[in-house]
Design a protein around this ligand. Sequence first.
Ligand code: CA
Length: 227
Amino acid sequence: MATRTIVVVEDEASIASAIAARLRSEGFAVEVAGDGLEGVDLCQRVRPDLVVLDLMLPGIDGLEVCRRIQKDRPVPVIMLTARDSETDLLVGLAVGADDYLTKPFSPRELVARIHAVLRRMERTGVLPGPSVTIGDVELEPATRRVRRAGEAVHLTPTEFDLLHFLASRQGAVLTRDQLLAEVWGYRDGSGARTVDSHVRDLRRKLGADLIRTVHGVGYAVDIEATA
Ligand code: CA
């Protein structure tokens, strides 16, 4: 997987360095700016995949930073605010923030939100991920094209998302609940049969060995299956 770059714009140095350390430990490349103008410059320079942006900043505030960096090109933004105010939320979303976290938040929650936003961006094509190969099957997220041994195969959007999600976590066993939450956005655990029927369709189109059933648990794409 290509390394994702995240810009953190936060004037409180202790919070900024804690966030940066956590994100680096998650495998992200991280750049930090301590005020709004520096944040805008940094975004223009490094063209990050995502921005973690504090709302209350000296100089120009987070909303203005958000406007300026979005003018350049669309980039996912997660806003941080000390105030749990509905107005902030609405204004923030209006200027193009993708998600919101009120301080104090756990680093774990921030990481979860970042992964969710990046996945959403990849899914909608705003942020195409790198292509993924599983045996003789190649997935190209930028165009959502799938080839098996060089031959184009048609997948439905959900089939593509499901296979891409499994393939991006090669070696991991994913439960039906996890797949429903991440691919379908269902959080109530309903629809386990939906997963099974999509896996069946994928096997029919791309080969029975593509996805392994882990009985009583869920599904996996094995690392050995990848080229
Ligand atoms: Ca601040």
